[in-house]
Each structure stands twice: as C-alpha cells, then as structure tokens.
Design a protein around this ligand. Structure first.
Ligand code: BG6
Length: 446
C-alpha cells in the first residue's frame, strides 16, 4: 500500500467524551453520576457542571467539526442522561440530545463513532458497589440494548468501554478517580468485570444483528528501559503485563497473561473468574481494537518481590526526552513499537487509533486565536507514523485526534487544553485553532 492509499484508507476524525464537554450536569432529567459526586467531594477548583457547555452549543460545535472537515467524530453517551437511575425509566430528553448529534453528523457526512461508556457511572449504581458489583454488567447491558435499538443503522461504529486500565488504576489503586479506592483486590476484580461487560455488549450487538463494528478501546502503553540489566528486563515485562497486556490479551483472545494472573490470584485472591465468563470473553472478540496512544512508559526495577505491583518498578525520565508541562513524554515511535508488538504476539487485527493528542496550556491571543504550533508538530509526527505503519501492513482504519474541542481534563481542569477547536472559558466563544486549520488541509491533502 502506498502512502496515498494509506491516507485514503484511514478515516480521519476527532474525539470527545460526554462528561468532559457536555456540562448541563443537572439539566433535562439527567441523573447524577460518579463524576458529579467526585467533584462535590473533592474541592479541585473546577468541575463538570458546565464543562464547555456542549449540551447547549452542540449545533455550533458540530458545524465547526464539519468546517474542519472531520470524517469521523467519536463521542460518548452519558449513561445517566439516558437512564437517570442507571436502570429502569428512560429519559427521552437524553435520547433526543444524542439523536441530534447522530442525525447532524450523518447529514454532514461525518461518521458517528459512539462510545457506550467513558467513565461516568450513574451514581445509584456506584452506591450499589459500582463496577465491583457484578450486577452492574446486567445494568450495562440494559443500557446498551436501549442504545443499540435506538441507533440501529444510524450509528455503525461502536466502542464498548473506554480505557478500563485507567479506571482500574486511577479509581481503585491510586485513588484519583471515583470511587477513590486503594485496593488491588478490588482493582483486579473490577478489571475483570469491565472485560466481561465489554464481551457481553459485543455478544448482544451480534445477537441483535447490528450493522457495523464494535470493539473495546484500550490505552496500552509500550514499555522501555534505559539499561538492559536482568532486573530491568523483568521490571519491563511486569509493567507491560500490568498496563497493557492484561487488557490486550483479554480483548484479543479472551485470556489473561498467565504469570500476572497467577501473581494476582496468589497475592490478592483476585480476580474471581467463572468458567462461563472466560468462554464468553473468548467467543466475543471485538471487530477491531481501539488504541488510545499518548505516551510510552520508561521504567527501571525497584522492589521486584513486592506484593504491590506499582512498587516493583519506577518511572524514569529520559535524559534529553521531550516532555509536556504535565510530564507526558512526546514519543511518536511508541505507537509503532506498540502496534508491532501487538501484531507479533497476536497477529493481524483491525486497529482504530481512537485517541491521540497533546495537552498543553496553549493561549488565546487578543483576537481569540490559538496559534498552537506545538500541537501541529505533534500531530504531524504522529499521523506520519500512522500512515507509514499502514503502508507496512498494519491495518489501521481510523485516527481520532484527542480532542475535537477544548474540554475538561478529569484531574487537571481546564488549563490543559487538547482541542482542535479552542474555547474561551469566560465567554464560551469557540474558534478553530491553527491545528484545526492544519488538520483540515492534512485530511484533504492540500
Ligand atoms: C484518555 C482519556 O486517557 O486521556 C480522556 O480517554 C482523557 O478522557 C485523555 O481526557 C487525556 O488525559 P488527561 O488526564 O490529560 O485529561
């Protein structure tokens, strides 16, 4: 495949998630969710009550996405807008909002890519144990069925769950996302429930004879070491299994990495896995693998015998490395290394790069314009590698810039911007950034 063919094959889009853009947290019948409560409990100086008010400005936002020339738009549905209690009574206003999004996108010729779950769990379900309680899987399926029926044939690209690894680590190990626990046994059990929930949604999608494709979205990170010692090599393997392969392997072949599984069972007595759950995971592999790529991890060995996985290794800052203000390394080759490793281990699979982008505090000038040259440089490097990988036989069919518009960064607030469209947070005025203009030309190959 030539570069030109690769460019044409890939659907070039951008992404957001409901809680990060919508606001309207208490409008039109939406129920409270885990993040509404999180910001009430933690005084961070920002929250998602208004976010970028996408709920009320959706018409303008979609028009701007069309002006940029996006071919695809990935967004998530807020479960608590559809089912305020998490289960039971449907809120018609919620469905209307997403009808508007889906119908407008289709009218613009932008492919809607719908994520069923991007971290905002209805609060009543969190109070019943959240993702630790296996009953949530049935609740999730009830919600999925509503959306499948409602959007059948209008949405052809679906994601089950966004980045279970982030939610497991930040929600249950580091305590920085809801429900703010620090408990490995719970974390590992929750990771299994996410996998079972995703496989069950995929099964339902197929039972309902839905048109199009469905898959899970992961954030696997390639892991490197600087010094090739025996200990560091071990640390690298442990870190990769923990961050990445635990989720890749279950998504692609319905199994867990054996060594990590044995360690978790012995050390945390988790996860509890039922035979039929494993069979379900094996039989319901997604049509594609969604990969959110931001950075690699560089580690070195620490207490390799520790019962605490995160004590076994530590992160290393690469001398001369290129880092954002938030400490994220800009390392475009990581995506190539990662996808090659996945292909080596599991063979060919359709890949969608469901998020890729850079968060930094780009500033608006006096005319309301964002000249975000750093973002352009970042996107150029990454899209270049993506096309190149395609020519080398990696089956990449979509690429989504994170994010379509500036939005709420869960634990960094509004100063860490990601958008192709900039938002003036005082007035809520929008404008296409220089990176949005660049992306338009890139998509059209002008
Ligand atoms: C991804 C998430 O992990 O990273 C997004 O899917 C998130 O929801 C993005 O916003 C960037 O992370 P952060 O912490 O910089 O907002």
């Amino acid at each position: 495949m030539t570069r030109e063919e690769a460019h044409k094959k890939i659907l070039w889009g951008a992404a957001t998630a409901a809680y990060q853009v919508e606001g309207a947290a208490f409008c039109d019948g939406k129920g409270k969710n885990s993040w509404d409560e999180y910001y009430e409990l933690n005084d961070l100086g920002y929250d998602g009550t208004v976010a970028v008010d996408h709920y009320h400005r959706v018409e303008e936002d979609l028009k701007l996405f069309h002006e940029i020339g996006l071919q695809g738009y990935r967004f998530s549905v807020s479960w608590s807008r559809i089912l305020p209690e998490g289960t039971g009574k449907i809120n018609p206003k919620g469905l209307e909002f997403y009808d508007y999004i889906v119908d407008s996108l289709n009218a613009y010729g932008i492919e809607p890519y719908l994520t069923l779950y991007h971290w905002d769990l209805p609060l009543p379900l969190l109070k019943k144990g959240g993702w630790l309680n296996p009953e949530v899987i049935e609740n999730f399926l009830e919600y999925c069925r509503i959306l499948f029926e409602h959007f059948k044939s209008r949405v052809r690209l679906w994601a089950t769950i966004n980045e279970p690894a982030s939610e497991v680590m930040e929600g249950y190990i580091q305590g920085t996302h809801p429900p703010q626990e620090k408990n490995y046994a719970h974390a590992i059990q929750v990771s299994h429930h996410y996998n079972v929930a995703s496989a069950s949604a995929i099964r339902l999608f197929r039972e309902m004879k839905m048109e199009g494709k469905i898959g899970i979205v992961l954030n696997p990170m390639p892991v490197d070491i600087l010094e090739e010692t025996e200990e560091n090599k071990q640390a690298k393997e442990i870190a990769y299994e923990y961050f990445s392969d635990w989720y890749i392997r279950s998504a692609l072949i319905g199994e867990y990495p054996q060594r990590m599984l044995e360690f978790c069972k012995k050390t945390y007595s988790a996860p509890e896995i039922r035979e039929e759950e494993l069979a379900l995971m094996k039989e319901n592999i997604g049509d594609y693998l969604g990969v959110n790529y931001y950075m690699r991890r560089v580690v070195k060995a620490e207490k390799l015998d520790s019962p605490d996985i995160e004590e076994k290794f530590s992160y290393v800052r690469v001398p001369g490395g290129n880092y954002t203000k938030w400490g994220w390394e800009i390392y475009p080759y990581g995506i190539a290394n990662l996808l090659k490793q996945i292909y080596n281990e599991y063979g060919k699979k359709e890949i969608i790069i469901s998020e890729n982008g850079i968060g930094f505090d780009d500033c608006m000038d006096e005319n309301g314009y964002f000249a975000d040259d750093e973002r352009i440089a970042y996107l150029k490097q990454h899209t270049d590698i993506i096309e190149e990988l395609c020519t080398q036989g990696i089956d990449i069919t979509g690429y989504y810039v994170w994010s379509a518009i500036d939005l709420l960064s869960w634990t960094n607030g509004y100063q860490k911007r990601y958008g192709l469209v900039g938002v003036d947070f005082d007035t809520m005025n929008r404008s296409i950034k220089k990176s949005g203009e660049w992306y338009r030309k890139f998509i059209r190959q002008e």
